[in-house]
Ligand binder design. Structure first.
Ligand SMILES: Cc1ncc(COP(=O)(O)O)c(C=O)c1O
Length: 444
């Protein structure tokens, strides 16, 4: 698979140009330059091949260069690439909105608006909600990640590298504890805690912000960047109930969890949630810049004329990709595939946990799975350095795994759901070898 040390000679030359031309804050994780990719494989300019367990950070549930997506993009690009939907509208945008409204959970009439990125969709979900309620405040959660624009960054709760030095932040954002039971934010023991995180939110509505001032609660049904944290069903249901009884909009950020990753089309379905608004991006259009807010028509129609939009939002080429993704999701049963792959993956990760004391927790839903590395299982001290070394060694072995977690000690799996079982097994062999080499070295 790997032919040269990384970066190879051709990649080195291009990366040197990158150093000179691109700001250093855009550091690269895999020290190479991609030449082509298909399915779950990525090939670099020096002839090295990698198994991509990152999927462009969860954008490629349908795989790299999915044939139907490629054809749809080519055909649409040949027809027209841009008009600005609000100047001259086009059918792919409308078809996309219809399909999303049909697929989103909830019994009420629904509408959808399209944007470019996850962060932009989060910002716009809040605009819809504020216009609907006339209230300013927002509830966000510990460990959340919602993006890098001002409001999305404010809603995010990982300080380094996402917030430090970038303040002042947007006002009226109140932080509640997320039910991360492996590391209870309240220091309690699940399940005897009685879902104390939800009690804490109720208390906040007395001690921090009046319920009638809160427009929306913004939450990832399973936290992504925060470390693939799956909260108890009761936690999310209690939050939804608190929202309903106080006229607060429940906004589910499904940017990372959407489009089959968790074994359902949307993670909300696992928990029986019917969010007022849902935020979608990433695998929505196989890496083409497309995001969406979909939800209750009453909320979506509350913003004033021309209050929502943007030059490129719902670009026709991205919409064509998105429609092909939705077709593929259904025809290839991607949620079912995520469930099957997830079972195989979970089995293997649990085996690794038996072999390596450094694996404190194995968790996730469907194919959205992760392992959390600790110095020892008693103290649960986060093994951040070890995680970095294991990831680097896996990369040397030809498998691209990503880091996550507020302590940077979680290895997450976001591979394309079209990965072959042999490729998945090979990537996990590489991960196992990396864990063996690094834990033997450190004595973990
Ligand atoms: C849950 C969640 N919300 C929002 C975002 C932001 O999306 P984008 O990077 O497209 O702005 C991300 C990105 O990782 C995410 O995982």
């Amino acid at each position: 698979m790997r032919r040269t040390p990384l970066p190879g000679p051709k990649a080195q030359e291009i990366l040197r140009r990158k150093e000179a031309a691109v700001p250093s804050s855009l550091s690269v994780y895999v020290p190479t330059i991609v030449a082509s990719a298909e399915g779950a494989l990525v090939h670099d300019v020096d002839g090295n091949t990698f198994i991509d367990m990152s999927g462009g950070i969860g954008c490629l549930n349908v795989g790299h260069a999915a044939p139907d997506v490629v054809t749809a993009v080519q055909e649409q690009a040949a027809r027209f690439t841009h008009t600005d939907f609000t100047v001259i509208p086009y059918e792919p945008y409308i078809a996309m909105a219809e399909r999303l409204a049909q697929l989103a959970p909830g019994p009420w009439p629904k509408k959808a608006a399209l944007f470019n990125s996850g962060a932009e969709a989060v910002e716009n979900a809040v605009k819809f909600s504020r216009a609907h309620t006339g209230r300013p405040a927002l509830i966000a959660f510990s460990g959340a990640f919602h993006g890098r624009t001002l409001l999305a960054m404010t809603l995010t709760s990982k300080v380094h590298p996402y917030k430090a030095g970038f303040g002042p932040f947007a006002p009226e954002v109140y932080r509640a504890p997320y039910a991360y039971c492996y590391r209870c934010p309240l220091g309690l023991r699940h399940p005897s805690c009685g879902i104390a995180c939800a009690d804490e939110l109720e208390r906040m509505l007395t001690t921090h912000v009046a319920a009638e001032s809160v427009s929306a609660l913004v939450i990832e049904p399973v936290q992504g960047e925060g470390g693939f944290v799956v909260p108890p069903r009761e936690f999310l249901q209690r939050l939804e109930g608190i929202c309903r009884s106080n006229g607060i909009n429940f906004i589910a950020d499904e940017v990372q969890t959407g489009f089959g990753r968790t074994g359902r089309l949307f993670a909300c379905e696992h928990f029986g949630l019917t969010p007022d608004l849902m935020v979608l991006a990433k695998s929505l259009a196989a890496g083409m810049p497309l995001s969406a807010v979909v939800g209750r028509a009453e909320v979506m129609d509350a913003a004033p004329d021309s209050g929502i939009g943007g030059t490129y939002v719902g670009n026709p080429v991205a919409c064509a990709a998105g429609l092909a993704v939705l077709d593929t999701c259904a025809s290839a049963d991607l949620p079912g595939q995520a469930e099957r792959l997830g079972e195989r993956l979970r089995g293997r990760l649990l085996q690794l946990q038996e072999r390596f004391a450094a694996i404190g927790d194995v968790r996730g839903l469907g194919a959205m799975l992760a392992v959390e590395l600790v110095e020892d299982r008693q103290s649960k001290a986060p093994a951040r350095e070890l995680t970095g070394r294991v990831l680097a060694r896996a990369l040397e072995g030809g498998a691209i795994f990503l880091r996550a977690g507020i302590h940077g000690n979680v290895i997450r799996v976001l591979m394309p759901l079209v990965i072959r079982e042999s490729e998945l097994d090979e990537a996990l062999d590489v991960l196992e070898a990396a864990l063996r080499a690094e834990t033997t070295r450190s004595g973990s």
